[in-house]
Design a protein around this ligand. Structure first.
Ligand code: FES
Ligand SMILES: [Fe+2]
Length: 437
C-alpha cells in the first residue's frame, strides 16, 4: 500500500492524525472495497419503503445493484439485480410493484422471490437453465433492526445485532418516536460530491464545523429568537449545553447536545411534538422521552450509515465511493407515523431548506469537503490531517472529535489489522442513568 501508516494515535500527547493518502489512494479504495464494503453490514432500505406485497425499490449497495422488495407472500427480500444469463439488470426501474422481473435483454423472467420461471427458447437447451441456475442470488446475509434492512456479503461476518451492539440505542431513539412507528417520506435526495467518502463520514458527525460552515443557519436562528445548537444554557438529561461525544465498539459513534429551538414551527407542529413526547413518556419513562425529543443526535453506524435527528427533521443517509475523490450519497427523511399533514409539511420544508440541494446545510458541507479534497493535492508536503480535538477530556463535547477517532480506529483495524485501544468513554443509556432531566 502507498502509505506505511495511516493513523498516528499518540495517547501521551493526545494527538491523533490521519494520513492524507487514505483519502486519495486508489489502492486504499480497493482495500476498502474488500475489507470494509464486502464484509460489514450495509444499509439497504426501510420497510416502510416497500409497504405492500410485490413492492420494490432498486438500490446500489456496496457496489452491487440490488432489488429490495416484498415477494407475493409479503416477505422482504434483497435480490442481486443481475440476470443469470448474461448479466443485464432484471429490473430497471427505481421503484414500483411487480410480481415478475423480466430481463429486457433476452427475456428471462424471475418471480419476485427469485426463482427463474421463464426462459424464451427453453427447448433449445439440453440442460434447462431453471434447473441449472435456480434463481436470482441474494447477499450472503440479510437482516433487519427496527425496520431498517441491512445486507452483508460476507457469510462469516458476525450477525447484525452483535455488530450494531449498544449503538442500537440510537436507532431505537428514532424508531420509538411514535407508537405506530416511523416511516420514510417518499422522495430521495441523491447527490454526489467530488471528495473522498470518509470526509463525509467525518462531516456527518462533526460538531466543530457547525458555527463556521453553517453560520448563515446560526444567524437565521438568532434572528428568529431561537438558540443555535450548542449555545444554550440548559443541561438536558445530564448532557451539558456543549453536548457530548460517544464511541461504541465496531466504529459506531454519536454526538449529541440539547436540542435547539424549532425554527418556524407553528403551534400545531409544537403541539404534535408535545403529544408524541407525552406518549413516549408514558411508555418509556421521562429520561428516554427526553433523549428522543430533547437532544439532537448525529450517529454513524460503521461504515457509512448516518442518522441525524435535529428535532426539526430526522434524516438518514448512506453513501458509497465511486473513486477516491468521488462519493455518491442517498438521503431520506424519516417521520413519526400518525402525524397530521401540517407536521409532515413542516418536516418536508425543513428537509428541503436545511439538507436539500439549495438548503442551508448540505451545499456548504459539500463545498467544505471538496475544498479539503483539493487540499490533499499538497499531501507530499502536508501529509497528515488532525483529528485531536477533545482528546484526553473525560467527557468530550459534541464539537470535539472523539466520534471520528472511534470511527477511524475501526477503519484502521480493518485496513491494516492494527487494533488501537478505545478512549474508554463508555455510554450508559439515559433510561438506565441516574440523571436529573
Ligand atoms: S441477459 Fe438477461 S436474458 Fe439475457
Ligand atoms: Fe454540516
Amino acid at each position: 500500500m502507498t502509505a506505511e501508516q495511516f493513523i498516528i494515535d499518540d495517547r501521551e500527547n493526545n494527538l491523533f492524525r490521519v494520513n492524507r493518502e487514505a483519502f486519495t489512494s486508489e489502492e486504499v479504495l480497493q482495500r476498502e472495497r474488500k475489507e470494509i464494503f464486502d464484509k460489514t453490514w450495509l444499509y439497504v432500505g426501510h420497510e416502510s419503503e416497500i409497504p405492500g406485497k410485490n413492492d420494490f425499490q432498486t438500490r446500489d449497495v456496496g457496489g452491487r445493484p440490488v432489488i429490495f422488495n416484498r415477494d407475493r407472500h409479503g416477505d422482504v427480500r434483497v435480490l442481486l439485480n443481475t440476470c443469470l444469463h448474461r448479466g443485464s439488470s432484471v429490473c430497471r426501474h427505481s421503484s414500483g410493484n411487480a410480481k415478475i422481473f423480466t430481463c429486457f435483454y433476452h427475456g428471462w423472467a424471475y418471480r419476485n422471490s427469485g426463482e427463474l420461471v421463464n426462459v424464451p427458447g427453453n427447448e433449445d437447451y439440453k440442460s434447462e437453465p431453471a434447473a441449472v441456475y435456480k434463481g436470482l442470488q441474494s447477499p450472503a446475509q440479510v437482516d433487519s433492526y427496527r425496520g431498517l434492512y441491512f445486507v452483508n456479503f460476507d457469510p462469516d461476518a458476525p450477525d447484525l445485532l452483535t455488530f450494531l451492539g449498544e449503538a442500537r440505542y440510537f436507532i431505537d431513539l428514532a424508531a420509538d418516536q411514535s407508537p405506530e412507528g416511523v416511516a420514510i417520506l417518499e422522495g430521495t435526495h441523491k447527490y454526489s460530491l467530488k471528495a473522498n467518502w470518509k470526509l463525509l463520514v467525518e462531516n456527518s458527525i462533526d460538531g466543530y464545523h457547525a458555527k463556521s460552515v453553517h453560520h448563515t443557519y446560526f444567524e437565521m436562528m438568532m434572528e428568529l429568537g431561537a438558540t443555535p445548537p450548542m449555545l444554550g444554557k440548559e443541561t438536558v438529561n445530564g448532557v451539558a449545553p456543549a453536548g457530548m461525544g460517544t464511541e461504541f465498539p465496531n466504529g459506531h459513534a454519536t454526538l449529541m447536545y440539547p436540542a435547539n429551538g424549532l425554527p418556524l414551527a407553528t403551534d400545531s407542529v409544537k403541539q404534535t411534538l408535545a403529544n408524541l413526547r407525552a406518549q413516549a413518556e408514558q411508555t418509556f419513562g421521562e429520561n428516554y422521552a427526553t433523549a428522543m425529543f430533547g437532544l439532537a443526535r448525529n450517529s454513524v453506524f460503521f461504515p457509512s450509515l448516518i442518522l441525524i435527528d435535529l428535532s426539526f427533521g430526522l434524516t438518514l443517509r448512506t453513501f458509497y465511493p465511486v473513486s477516491p475523490s468521488e462519493t455518491l450519497v442517498t438521503g431520506w427523511q424519516i417521520i413519526p407515523k400518525g402525524v397530521d399533514e401540517e407536521f409532515v409539511k413542516y418536516r418536508i420544508n425543513n428537509a428541503l431548506t436545511f439538507w436539500g440541494p439549495a438548503g442551508l446545510a448540505t451545499p456548504d458541507d459539500v463545498e467544505a469537503l471538496e475544498q479539503a479534497q483539493k487540499g490533499f493535492g499538497a499531501r507530499g508536503e502536508v501529509g497528515w490531517s488532525d483529528v485531536s480535538k477533545g482528546m484526553g477530556k473525560p467527557v468530550p463535547a459534541a464539537n470535539d472529535e472523539l466520534q471520528m477517532r472511534s470511527w477511524w480506529r475501526e477503519w484502521n483495524r480493518r485496513i491494516t489489522g492494527q487494533q488501537l485501544p478505545t478512549e474508554g468513554t463508555s455510554f450508559v443509556p439515559f433510561d438506565k442513568q441516574d440523571v436529573d432531566a
